[in-house]
Design a binder for this molecule. Structure first.
Ligand code: GAL
Length: 633
């Protein structure tokens, strides 16, 4: 498949007279895709029962006539005022019970039945109108589920739906009491209708209650998305996607992805660096104009799995954004690097957000490919450069990576529910291990927690995966690959109880976590031979072999045959030592890369990326700042 480019366009923001020029310019620039429509509800349906299709018909005709393929977004992230007035209780409520207000976006509650009906109505109307339109070549449902902290809602609608969900899961209230252990603090219930949402309690709510609420909230997103898919499928054969985000773990993306044909995500490397990566101040400064060297790659690999090998970048940062604490401009060359990096990880398409910078409203300081006066902005020329390069480019073949990490949203909720130390979270732990692998030059696959076939891999890691079903343990144990688990893997049963025998209770691995402690940032534990455990340290007992220990002789990693259990959260030095040791055992080649240089292998090429603001020399040769080298294999 040829890799393609696209852009996000809002015809409703611009006078109709310029649509044709815009379309012609997009096509001339080498764009294949144009995404439209995802916030246009107030223009499609200005009031109840009134539809205005004329403008959208024209826009799609013009874009299609220029040779562009349209990705049509459903507009449910922005219910207009009349919908909210009709359903005054459709707003999501925050944990204090306050309703989110009208005047931006994503103000709906996933559990509100009236809003769900409105959504189905608008999506059905859109799908019926354009489902067979030859220019509409793909769909996007809604926009960025979870953006602006909108998955968890503590509304009355959510409470009613949660009780229903609990009834379905537990059958009887006795079963719920038993599963959760509500005898603690006299929290026993007589009826499902007594179970409130886990907010506004005096001190922390029951962890099983919170975990159930997190699972329920994720299921509501899945159901909302599925309802849209069911409106589109009967009238359109075009593939359906959703644009996910960076570091959003509030819903199970794999579950949403099951109903979709491909995944897309929105990549804003500079915004993320300031806002989401959690890098040190020095790294934030060093990579301020380039973005974190691993954060985008992590999501490329994650969404490749969510999309069942079909994925795009739907929104690529083309210049400064408006929403991070600081919003620098990318280093020249980075827009091109980000685009190639996505292709190297298997993206079918990269679309830039947005075509032209808006002179009005919330995002007026967000760059586009064009300035508000339609003059090309710097990102435009980098997109043009990639479009030229793509003309010469053979297909980029997909290849299974030698190493894999399992990513489990349920585990992310469990860590949120019970972090056991300030600031500790699942994403950070998994990302730390991922970073260690990337620093060693590895290409990595991310796997869903339901995966049971590991035959293609030489090393599989499942750090921090709090609930590990027996069949997963068995599949990993018999996979023939090297397996790394811990810290906190298999630490709870499905109902948030500590199992006995004590975790990880792994077949043929005599290791048990006898107690755990979390550590202040200023009290890391030194590991013999180099590196430290920080944040999290488990005391391990059992007869398995100790392969890494603290300077005082406490086991940190214990191993039996091909299963290794790591009881600590390593710093970069220790995690790199651990991954090197495991790769060594299974003959996976690792490299010593200069800081900020990353490698990704496809079936046909080896890509080298320099994320530094200065040139470097690496194995493949000299890389300028923001440089990319493509070696044929
Ligand atoms: C994304 C969103 C877009 C736009 C963009 C700005 O999160 O999907 O609509 O707001 O951010 O960077």
């Amino acid at each position: 498949m040829k890799r393609t480019l696209g852009t996000c366009y809002y015809p409703e923001h611009w006078p109709q007279e310029i649509w044709e020029q815009d379309a012609a310019r997009m096509a001339a620039l080498g764009m294949t895709w144009v995404r439209i429509g995802e916030f246009a509800w107030s223009r499609i349906a200005p009031s109840e029962g009134i539809f205005d299709w004329a403008w959208m018909d024209t826009a799609i005709d013009i874009l299609g006539a220029a040779g562009l393929k349209v990705v049509l977004g459903t507009p449910t992230a922005t219910p207009p005022r009349w919908v909210c007035d009709k359903h005054p209780d459709m707003f999501a409520r925050d944990a204090m019970g306050h309703p989110r207000g009208f005047g931006s976006r994503r103000h709906y509650c996933f559990s509100h039945a009236g809003y769900l009906s409105e959504s189905k109505r608008i999506v059905t109307a859109l799908a019926e109108r354009y489902g067979r339109n030859p220019h509409v070549a793909a769909w996007q449902t809604d926009n960025e589920y979870g953006c602006h902290d909108t998955v968890l809602s503590y509304s009355d609608a959510a409470m009613a739906a949660f009780r229903h969900w609990l009834r379905d899961r537990y059958g009887t209230i006795t079963a719920l009491n038993q599963a959760w252990g509500t005898v603690f603090w006299s929290m026993e219930y007589d009826d499902f209708d007594q179970v409130d949402l886990p907010n506004r309690t005096v001190t922390e709510p029951h962890p099983a209650h919170m975990q159930a609420f997190r699972r329920f909230s994720s299921d509501q997103v899945v159901a909302f998305n599925r309802a849209q898919v069911e409106c589109i499928r009967p009238v359109s054969d075009a593939p359906i996607s959703h644009n996910y985000m960076g570091r959003i773990t509030e819903f199970d993306h794999f579950a949403v992805g099951q109903d979709l044909d491909f995944a897309t995500w929105d990549s804003y490397p500079l915004g993320f660096l300031e806002d989401r990566v959690g890098a040190t101040p020095e790294a934030q400064r060093h990579f301020a104009r380039q973005g974190d060297p691993d954060f985008q790659a992590f999501h490329h690999d994650l969404y490749r799995a969510v999309g069942k090998n079909r994925w795009w970048v739907m929104e690529q940062q083309p210049g400064p954004v408006n929403w991070a604490p600081y919003n620098p401009a990318p280093l020249p060359g980075m827009v091109r690097l980000w685009t190639w990096e996505a292709f190297a990880h298997g993206a079918e398409a990269v679309c830039y957000f947005r075509w032209r910078q808006a002179p009005f409203a919330q995002e007026q300081l967000h760059a586009g490919l064009l300035r508000p006066d339609s003059v090309a902005a710097p990102g435009y020329f980098e997109a043009e450069h990639v479009a030229e390069e793509l003309k010469e480019c053979e297909d980029i073949a997909h290849q299974t990576a030698p190493v894999a990490i399992i990513f489990d949203y349920d585990a992310a909720w469990a860590w949120d529910v019970q972090p056991q130390g300030r600031g500790l979270d699942y994403f950070s732990l998994v990302f730390a291990l991922y970073r260690a692998m990337r620093k060693l030059g590895l290409s990595i696959d991310i796997l869903p927690p339901k995966c049971r076939d590991f035959g293609a891999y030489r090393l599989v890691c499942a750090p921090g995966m709090v609930v590990m079903p027996d069949d997963l343990k068995a599949a990993l144990s018999t996979s023939g690959c090297e397996v790394l688990i811990g810290p906190r893997s298999a630490a709870r049963d499905a109902e948030f109880n500590i199992p006995t025998p004590l975790p990880p209770a792994w077949p043929n691995l005599d290791v048990a976590v006898s107690r755990l402690e979390t550590l202040r940032p200023d009290m890391p534990i030194a590991i013999a031979g180099g590196g430290q455990c920080q944040h999290w340290f488990e005391h391990l007992e059992g007869s398995a072999e100790t392969v890494f220990e603290t300077e005082t002789g406490l086991p940190v990693v214990m191993r039996s045959a091909q299963i290794s259990y790591c009881g600590g959260w390593g710093d970069e030095v220790f995690f790199e030592r651990l991954i090197s040791d495991l790769c060594d055992r299974v003959n996976v080649k690792i490299r010593a890369l200069p800081r900020g240089v990353r490698v990704r292998e496809t079936g046909t090429e080896r890509f080298w990326f320099n994320h530094n603001p200065h040139p470097v020399t690496c194995e493949a040769g000299d890389l300028p700042a923001a440089g990319v080298i493509r070696e044929s294999l």
